[in-house]
Design a protein around this ligand. Structure first.
Ligand code: CP3
Length: 354
């Protein structure tokens, strides 16, 4: 079919990119760089095109999604694009009543807290997210050799929003369910794994060259609880997309004690925040996986010489790794100077040119 022929063309065009080579732990011409949350409020051109359009509405407008996704690629010359969306988009797509409140985050109208609530989490089909397929089609045509990263929220992080009803510091209702009704919890994260797996498949079949599973808040758990209550669901997501052979990245914040287990869940690339140096992270993750990270995003608020010194520390810690993708230890912050990010991309490229 035309679709599979154009998918092959995308695979061919992006195959030898520095980003995909690093994910595969092959030699690279320079260390590839991209930033989590590289699209968004740090860019004046983003604020301009988003004016008067609510966040979730913007995620369902394919031309706007394509434009916003391309903005940081044009401006910063990063080595990969990340699909502009949000982790709650697939939940909205299956009919969960939710909104993204500016300055707050996702808010769920009726939280999921009982067995009866589970029935509201129905399967996701490609027909639920036609704008994703359409936007990715536009994007791959524009991106050429630059790979597009698709993404989704991991079962734990999605469950936390659904159970709490919104952002949470301590995840107390989530943990209450996890410890108090392990079977309900297991069924909830299993449901979310199916939805997330289906959502990532849509993105890969539309042309995404890699996927990142964001388990942003899973660092709240101890390793034994992660292994028992979360790992099986995250592994199910990774298994669902394994047949495509595209690199699978797994990231969370404050996950120093979980890095080995997050690799075990099925990631090809483990994302590391700024709290664990990359050489130590490599020991925790073990062989056979690339690492992504890990400059403290707040460093970008310091003067240029300090940014370069801290970046040099990251590159030195990564010097012995088989595969390294440079990134921040978490997302770009809204009030960050975009020029500092552009200079950072240039600096990493120049320092690692081989
Ligand atoms: O990285 C990119 O450039 C792609 C865009 C992206 C967004 N959300 C856009 C967005 C990605 C990868 C996400 C994922 C996401 N969303 C995560 C995981 C990544 C992480 O940071 O750990 C999480 C936890 C969410 C939930 C969420 N959505 C939060 C916490 C917020 C911020 C609320 C706020 O206003 O401060 C959102 C909203 C959101 N998602 C914005 C953007 C650009 C800001 C809304 C706006 O611009 O109006």
């Amino acid at each position: 079919t035309t679709t599979s022929a154009s998918l092959d063309a995308v695979r061919d065009a992006t195959h030898d990119s520095a980003f995909l080579k690093a994910c595969r732990r092959e030699p690279v011409p320079h260390t590839p760089v991209w930033f989590m949350r590289q699209a968004g409020r740090s860019l004046p051109e983003y604020l301009k095109v988003r004016e008067g359009i609510a966040m979730l509405d913007s995620c369902m407008m394919p031309e706007l999604v394509a434009e916003i996704t391309l903005q940081p690629v044009r401006r910063h010359k990063v080595d990969a694009a990340i699909y502009f969306s949000d982790i709650v988009v697939p939940l909205k797509a299956i009919g969960i009543d939710l909104d993204i409140k500016p300055g707050v985050g996702p808010v769920i109208a009726e939280p999921i807290r009982t067995r009866a609530d589970l029935a509201r989490l129905r399967d996701l089909t490609p027909e639920d997210v036609p704008y994703v397929t359409e936007a990715i089609g536009m994007l791959t045509a524009e991106l050429g050799a630059t790979p597009l990263i698709g993404f989704a929220g991991a079962p734990f992080t999605l469950a936390s929003y659904l159970v709490e009803g919104g952002p949470s510091r301590n995840h107390e209702r989530t943990k209450a369910m996890m410890y108090g009704d392990p079977q309900l919890w297991a069924d909830l994260v299993d449901r979310l794994a199916e939805i997330t797996g289906a959502f990532l498949k849509v993105q890969i079949e539309a042309g995404a060259s890699a996927v990142q599973l964001f388990d942003s808040w899973v660092g709240a758990l101890a390793p034994a609880d992660y292994r028992r209550a979360v790992l099986p669901a995250s592994a199910k997501v990774f298994d669902a997309v394994a047949p495509y052979g595209v690199p699978r990245i797994h990231f969370g914040v404050g996950t120093g004690e979980l890095l080995g287990l997050m690799g075990e869940a099925g990631a090809d690339v483990v994302g590391v925040d700024w709290r664990v140096p990359l050489d130590e992270a490599a020991r925790r993750v073990g062989p056979g996986k690339a690492l992504q990270g890990n400059l403290d995003p707040a460093v970008l608020f310091a003067p240029a010489p300090a940014v370069e010194a801290k970046t040099r520390e990251v590159l030195d810690a990564a010097a012995g790794l088989e595969g390294h993708i440079f990134n921040l230890g978490h997302g770009v912050m809204p009030n960050m100077d975009p020029d500092a990010l552009t200079r950072l991309v240039e600096y990493v490229h120049e320092q690692t040119a081989r």
